[in-house]
Design a protein around this ligand. Structure first.
Ligand SMILES: [Zn+2]
Ligand SMILES: [Zn+2]
Length: 357
């Protein structure tokens, strides 16, 4: 493949300020590949960095290339690379772990303290023409899986990791808070894991309309709390209302991070069931601990994913999981700012917005 000299990068210069920079095409070393990025999904975290300059404890202190949900074509391979060749189509796993520490050796490399993750400060992201990446974190896509589908493997991985950590078994009843891309892909992963009935809840009616057509059996429209109503009062009142029509769930997965949803998650879980926390909200939240103790509800944290890409590629390739319906809009790399504005506003029933390069 001929490598263009042009390497247009979408750079977050400072909060609310996205600029385009033509940066040199990266040099690659031992075990690395150069990927011509073709499709990148915009994630909530990208929008957060752009709007506020930070996500949780990660703060943007210098200009940073955005984007981490990408797929592309191998443009060059470095010395020692045997698993890939020029022209291969790949999905990029955007976090490269050290491969040496206890967590890495135990296979929980998402918890590696040395993790280098695209578009997480201080590391540049993938929203560019050419991205240098570790060959062992690139996953070949079968011919019939598109690069657009490949760019959805990153958020799908979050859903697969959540479904795995929750130990969903065939026949389980699963309740999910949040019908955005991660909630929907978690539903897809739960279904593929054997869940018999999946309920999804959100405050946005259009998202639930979409969810009706995607991997869920029932949809719950949440009202907003009344003015001045304490969160736990709202959670108890709303959970009781949901339980009028829904049985308790084996597994509840929160993809919102909202304290009220985490509280309801506990109240909607069967005795001995699991609550899985995918969403990241306020750093400190209050929970109904007596319920957690007396009913042995297991609370499990989720940090990204690990060892999920091969399963995600296979699930898409086999048809077990269909990610295509989630891609509602796409923009050219040059129109990235428009794409980010669209993702921020969420207009026109947007689910996943992609930038195609
Ligand atoms: Zn993401
Ligand atoms: Zn490590």
């Amino acid at each position: 493949m001929a490598i263009n000299e042009k390497n247009l990068c979408v750079v977050l210069n400072k909060p609310l300020d996205i600029v385009f920079e033509n940066r040199p095409v990266p040099e690659i070393g031992q075990g690395e590949v150069l990927v011509n990025i073709k499709a990148t999904g915009i994630c909530g975290s990208d929008v957060h960095y752009w709007q506020s300059g930070g996500v949780g404890s990660f703060i943007v202190k210098k200009p940073m290339v955005l984007g981490h949900e990408s797929a592309g074509i191998i443009a060059a391979v470095g010395p020692g690379v045997t698993n890939l060749k020029v022209g291969d189509r790949v999905a990029l796993e955007p976090g490269v772990a050290c491969r040496m520490c206890d967590q890495c050796k135990q296979g929980r490399y998402n918890l590696c303290p040395e993790m280098v993750f695209a578009a997480t400060p201080p590391y540049d992201g993938t929203l560019c023409n050419y991205y240098r990446h570790a060959a062992d974190f690139c996953y070949k896509l079968p011919d019939h899986v598109s690069l657009e589908e490949g760019a959805l493997i990153e958020p799908l991985s979050v859903g697969i990791h959540a479904a795995r950590r929750s130990h969903i078994r065939a026949g389980d009843r699963v309740f999910i808070f949040g019908a955005g891309p991660v909630g929907l892909l978690t539903a897809a992963a739960a279904k593929a894991a054997g869940a018999a009935h999946i309920t999804i809840a959100d405050i946005t009616p259009s998202r639930l309309e979409f969810a009706k057509t995607y991997c869920t059996q029932s949809q719950v429209l949440l009202e907003r709390p009344q003015l001045g109503e304490p969160n736990m009062d709202y959670a108890r009142r709303t959970a009781a209302k949901i339980l009028e029509t829904e049985p308790l769930a084996d597994v509840v997965i929160d993809c919102t991070g909202a304290e009220t949803c985490v509280q309801m998650s506990v109240l909607l879980t069967k005795n001995g069931g699991s609550v899985v926390l995918v969403g990241m909200g306020a750093q400190v939240q209050s929970l109904p601990i007596s319920e957690i103790s007396a009913r042995e509800v297991d609370i499990k944290g989720i940090f990204r994913y690990c060892n999920t890409y091969p399963m995600a590629v296979n699930s898409i390739a086999s048809g077990a999981i269909d990610v295509k319906p989630l891609i509602t809009h796409s923009y050219s790399l040059e129109d990235s700012v428009k794409a980010f504005e669209h993702a921020r506003d969420g207009t026109d029933n947007a689910i996943k917005i992609q930038i195609l390069g």
